[in-house]
Structures are given as structure tokens and as C-alpha cells.
Write a protein that binds this ligand. Structure first.
Ligand code: 5RP
Length: 228
């Protein structure tokens, strides 16, 4: 029987936790609806007696983890992170990613960079031939002069739309705004990233390049495959 979307997210999230999380580890907890299933699985393991130190990639995930009795640490207070399990918005065949539709790209990138293994969990619908074809690229910018930053982003060939929540600009955990930048497709992700990162006002972008060590993909028949 074909699995529905929530099940596809749950299956891949639980597989990631069961395959990669072991007693005594420090674990990064991702953000988003797929990661939420992973956090819930970590909560079950902790309730069952596994001793873990966890680091959350957002306030949203921290709240969820607290409610599940998961002990959270400040990223500055752990020497390293053994494994982080996080979702993505697009994955290409080379394991390059777009992340950030959930608004947590800045902390997610910092946590990923501090992690020995970054495990990305997606369902099949997120796998694309080329980045940018399906989703916009989220870019986090400081509020000061944000329209000027958006103009600079658009000169790179995208339509930049200020993300809103309840009619107001969406504000990230770091107090910044996000522009969702829709390209037709992203032909040279490394080049684009290098151009975006040097723009005044840009804090971080949602291209996660050479970041994922393992990508797990769930399929409608309930199987999970690996992009490696
Ligand atoms: C949050 C993210 C999420 O991992 C990404 O948006 C995927 O979310 P979901 O699992 O809900 O589709 O990058 O910043």
C-alpha cells in the first residue's frame, strides 16, 4: 500500500535515528516536519534509558525536545556533535541541498558544520535533478536595509520574496528576515553561494553544499534508500 506523506516522513526519520544514534552520543536535532519525527524517536530512546546529549537547531525544536524530556545542551558547551539528523527541501544526486523553508537555516548550518556526521532525511518528492527547480532558495538577511539586499539578490537572476507570517515579516531565531529567492534552476550552486555570501546584509543562505554525509530517502512503497 502506498504510504501517505506523514508516514513517508516518519519512516525515514525513524530509520535515521535507529541506524545512527547510539548510547552516549551527542546528537543534533533538526527542524521541520520530517525532523520532528526524528526528535520524537529520540525522545522514545531517551525514555527507554539511552543517555544522549542533544543540541537543537531552533527554538521550535527545543520546545518539542523539552516536552519529550530530552536533555538539551548549548552548542558552545559540547566539544563536538556525533551526528545530526535534519530534513531538507531539495536534494540533488550529488547530495547537495537546499534547506531553510522551515526558517532555521542559520542554526542548522552551524550545527551541521560542528557535526561529525550529517544525516539528511527526505521523502522522494524532495529529490531533484538540479537544485532550485522546485523550491526557492531561502536567504537570511539582517532587517536593516533588507530591501537593498533583496535588490542585490535579484540581480543574480531570481525573484526575491520577503517571507511573511501573519502579515508581518517572518523573524528568525536570530532576529533576522528571510527572502525566498526563486531561480528557474541553480546551474552553479558553489558559484552562486560565493556571490551571495559576500553581499552586505546577507547572514546565511540555504545552499548546504558538501554538508550531507548520508541522505536517506523514503519511497511510497515504504522502502528507504540512500544517496551516496
Ligand atoms: C528548516 C529546514 C527543514 O529541514 C526543511 O525545510 C524541510 O522541512 P520539512 O521536513 O517540514 O519538509 O531546512 O529550516
Amino acid at each position: 500500500m502506498a504510504q501517505d506523506e506523514p508516514n513517508l516522513k516518519r519512516i525515514v526519520a525513524e530509520r535515521a535515528v535507529d541506524d545512527h544514534v547510539r548510547d552516549g552520543m551527542t546528537v543534533g536535532l533538526g527542524t521541520g516536519s520530517t525532523s520532528e519525527y526524528a526528535v520524537r524517536r529520540v525522545g522514545e530512546l531517551v525514555s527507554g534509558g539511552l543517555r544522549l546529549k542533544c543540541v537543537a537547531t531552533s527554538e521550535r525544536t527545543a520546545n518539542l525536545a523539552h516536552g519529550l524530556g530530552i536533555e538539551l545542551f548549548d552548542i558552545n558547551d559540547v566539544p563536538h556533535i556525533d551526528v545530526t539528523i535534519d530534513g531538507a527541501d531539495e536534494v540533488d544526486p550529488g547530495r547537495q541541498l537546499i534547506k531553510g523553508l522551515g526558517g532555521a537555516l542559520l542554526r542548522e548550518k552551524i550545527v551541521a558544520a560542528a557535526s561529525m556526521t550529517e544525516v539528511i532525511i527526505v521523502d522522494e518528492s524532495k529529490v531533484v535533478d538540479k537544485l532550485g527547480v522546485r523550491t526557492p532558495l531561502p536567504v537570511e538577511v539582517v532587517p536593516y536595509g533588507h530591501r537593498k539586499t533583496a535588490y542585490a539578490l535579484e540581480r543574480k537572476g531570481c525573484k526575491a520574496t520577503l517571507r511573511e507570517a501573519g502579515g508581518e515579516p517572518f523573524v528568525t531565531d536570530a532576529g533576522n528576515y528571510i527572502y525566498d529567492c526563486k531561480f528557474e534552476s541553480i546551474e552553479s550552486p558553489f558559484f552562486l553561494e560565493s556571490m551571495i555570501n559576500v553581499m552586505p546584509g546577507v547572514v546565511e543562505n540555504g545552499l548546504f553544499l558538501n554538508t550531507a554525509d548520508v541522505v536517506l530517502v523514503s519511497h511510497p512503497d515504504g522502502t528507504v534508500t540512500k544517496i551516496e
